[in-house]
Design a protein around this ligand. Structure first.
Ligand code: F0G
Length: 448
């Protein structure tokens, strides 16, 4: 059979609350046209993020009941540690309350003013945490990958010659680590090839620079390698993931993505001295090293999720359903970041709405219109989020894991195509109030 179905059935459901167009007009006005300021109950389909929004499985809920809440030495921690070590091979597993806490601890211990840390593309919290230590965050994506329309199989790959140049210019001593983000979220959810990881590994090893994975979406990346990279078709997703981790010296991980957990993360390393420094800081800010700011039940949910996410039928469905949304809108003329990524589709609103100047936020306009038209929430990744540094005006539709069915996605496709049919009438927005930094979370707008 060629139909790819959701590889689960539904045991517990949550009702969706419908609003009328008049309600939504009023709610938008009240929220200053900022979708972050809407109440979740006023949203029909929420594609704001795939982070912490997964549906957990029966096995995860069952495991949560055996969560052991001991302050020190909980068996739930040892179950998590063994799941992480089996997957990654790393010696030290340090739990944290989410991904950015792992980043903060790693960077606080390793980074100083004068340091520079390259990444294929830093996620915004990663960049912010690095800059907070005084270090410089540099993105090394090849020029061809910046073209939203280029259909490259591994558009998340790091630019290895640029990495070599950076090391030659700044010297290895100024580079405390190199990070590769799999998949590359800010670059469109695009995968990184094993060959690229191996090439980066070769360079970092030659200069004795530690290589870290920002591994939030490691399983989705592994599936793309299996499908697209010669030599891996016969490998299991677990074998591919194990090889990816074996090339690195450590990782940061947000369990809110590919571990199907609603909260959690961890930091791994093979370096005993570094692990001790990290655990000392962990105790100061997150908690004892066998819980790291999480409840024992969270550790259990993550341990089970790390196994489930590597099931081939899940990954086949996951990547196919993201591609389904992408192809259905792109083939009908809506420009997206090509090819479809793993966890999200990014509409190129700058290209779709050329009559709205960047300074009037075309992706914000499209996001507001999708909510107004159909109750769908998305997130702007463009000039609202990055100001003058924005490379593109994108609207991200992130797909929560195991939450929405194909008919929900069909509804999203229909809504986007209806808005696309009258796109020339969409207007720009201007900002009326904004905070000093990370303005996208709380600024207010007015239609121009
Ligand atoms: N790294 C990447 C690549 C991410 O996508 C995120 C979070 C983090 C680190 C931080 O993890 O949220 O657990 O602290 N991304 C979410 C998103 C928020 O919507 O893309 P966290």
């Amino acid at each position: 059979m060629k139909t790819i179905i959701e590889p689960f059935r539904i045991k517990s459901v949550e009702p969706l609350r419908r609003t009328t167009p008049e309600d939504r007009e009023r709610l938008l006005d009240r929220a200053g046209y900022n979708l972050f300021l809407l109440d979740a109950e006023d949203i029909l389909i929420d594609l704001l993020t795939d982070s912490g929004t997964s549906a957990m499985s029966t096995q995860q809920w069952a495991a949560m009941m055996r969560g052991d809440e001991s302050y020190a030495g909980s068996p739930s921690f040892y179950r998590l540690k063994s799941a992480v070590q089996d997957l990654t091979g790393f010696r030290h597993v340090i739990p944290t309350h989410q991904g950015r806490a792992a980043e903060r601890i790693l960077f606080t211990v390793r980074c100083r003013p004068g340091h520079v840390v390259p990444n294929n593309t830093h996620f915004d919290t990663t960049r912010a945490n690095l800059e907070f230590t005084g270090a410089e965050a540099v993105d090394l994506l090849p020029a061809e990958a910046r073209d939203t329309q280029a259909r490259l199989p591994f558009k998340g790959d790091m630019d290895v010659p640029a990495l070599e140049r950076l090391i030659a210019e700044r010297g290895p001593a100024a580079i405390p680590m190199v990070i590769v983000t799999v998949t590359n979220n800010s670059g469109g959810g695009q995968p990184v090839s094993m060959a690229n990881l191996e090439a980066v590994r070769e360079v970092t090893a030659r200069h004795s620079i530690p290589l870290y994975l920002d591994a939030c979406r490691f399983a989705e990346n592994a599936w793309f390698i299996k499908q697209r990279e010669p030599g891996y078709a016969g490998w299991t997703p677990r074998q591919i993931a194990q090889k990816m981790f074996s090339l690195a010296d450590g990782c940061t991980f947000s369990a809110k993505k590919d571990a199907f957990a609603n909260i959690g993360g961890f930091l791994c390393t093979n370096d005993d001295v570094l692990a001790q420094q990290e655990k000392d800081l962990l105790i100061l800010t997150e908690g004892f090293p066998t819980y790291g700011g999480l409840a024992g039940r969270d550790l259990e949910a993550i341990a089970v999720g790390l196994d489930e996410v590597l099931h081939a039928d899940y990954l086949e469905y996951r990547i196919a359903s993201t591609g389904y949304l992408g192809r259905h809108i792109a083939d009908a003329g809506v420009p997206i970041v090509e090819p479809p990524g793993g966890h999200a589709i990014y509409i190129d609103a700058g290209r779709m709405l050329p009559h709205i100047p960047h300074a009037q936020f075309p992706a914000q306009s499209l996001g507001v219109e999708l909510y107004r038209h159909a109750g769908i929430r998305t997130v702007e990744i463009g000039s609202v989020m990055f100001g003058e540094h924005a490379q593109n005006e994108l609207l991200r539709l992130a797909i929560p894991r195991r939450v929405y069915t194909q008919s929900h996605i069909d509804y999203v496709v229909e809504a986007i195509l209806e808005v696309n049919a009258r796109k020339d009438g969409l207007k720009g927005y201007e900002i009326t109030e904004q905070p000093a930094f990370l303005r996208h979370f709380s600024c207010r707008f007015r239609p121009v």
